[in-house]
Design a protein around this ligand. Structure first.
Ligand code: T5A
Length: 215
């Protein structure tokens, strides 16, 4: 059986990632592909428990190093139990965030060394790199206004400063510039319907380039 493909969606808070996931899945399914939508941190029952540990505000301190380890611990569980089995069965995966988020948030945001992050990435998923990554890009002010207008209590990372998110956004853009074959940058400032269309177009262009019409 043909291995599925691994598509990731990245961006700062409020960029619009969650709002475009369903449209991406639908557009792939219209091509006859079997698709599995998932997210990180989380994606399985156990990995969602790791997500709660790393994101829920609490009295105890989580260092930047520990936060990085937790992201990869959840990722390992997610990959072993969901992503790899689905890919092996021929499904396409659409994942809301993956290791580029660790590079941007823990690396550029928190200052964790890229050597440490890349060594964990090699250990946890050395052989698995996203086939396509959509980066939904918005200015930090707009993203945070959108995210905070939902009125939910901020999690440990959402409570960070504007300067932190500026570093995260800049790093995402530099990752995209360094890997133009993998990344597609989507302008997240457009009306939501336009963002959805641009994301679906980018993914379907990839499908067409692969000559894939069915899994
Ligand atoms: N993290 C994650 C790390 O630090 N390291 C890692 O390795 C990983 C994997 C995840 C957190 O974990 C961090 C990053 C995050 O801080 P999360 O709850 O999944 O936490 O956070 P986000 O993925 O950032 O979720 P958000 O909901 O904040 O961002 P989205 O999904 O990009 O935004 P979305 O789609 O929910 O939209 C937000 C609001 O804006 C509106 C939507 O309707 C919604 O109300 N909106 C638009 N409005 C107008 N025009 C548009 N174009 C719009 N797009 C969205």
């Amino acid at each position: 059986m043909k291995r599925g493909r691994f598509i990731t969606v990245e961006g700062i808070e409020g960029a619009g990632k969650s709002s475009i996931m369903a449209a991406i899945v639908e557009s792939l399914e219209h091509r006859g592909l079997t698709v599995c939508a998932t997210r990180e941190p989380g994606g399985t029952a156990l990995a969602e428990r790791v997500r709660a540990i790393v994101l829920e505000p609490g009295a105890e301190t989580i260092s930047s190093t520990t936060e990085t380890l937790l992201m990869f611990a959840g990722r390992g569980i997610h990959l072993d139990n969901r992503v790899r089995p689905a890919l092996a069965a021929g499904s396409w995966i659409v994942c809301d965030r993956f290791t580029d988020a660790t590079r941007a948030y823990q690396g550029a945001g928190r200052g964790v060394s890229s050597d440490f992050i890349e060594s964990l990435a090699r250990a946890v998923h050395g052989d698995l790199v996203p086939d396509v990554t959509l980066l939904v890009d918005v200015p930090v002010g707009l993203g945070l206004t959108r995210a905070r207008s939902r009125g939910n209590a901020a999690d440990r990372i959402e409570a960070e400063t504007v300067a932190f998110f500026e570093r995260v956004r800049a790093h995402y853009l530099s990752l995209a510039a360094n890997e133009p074959r993998r990344f597609r940058v989507i302008d997240g400032m457009q009306p939501l319907e336009q963002v959805r269309l641009a994301a679906c177009r980018a993914v379907l262009d990839y499908v067409d380039a692969q000559g894939n019409t069915a899994s």
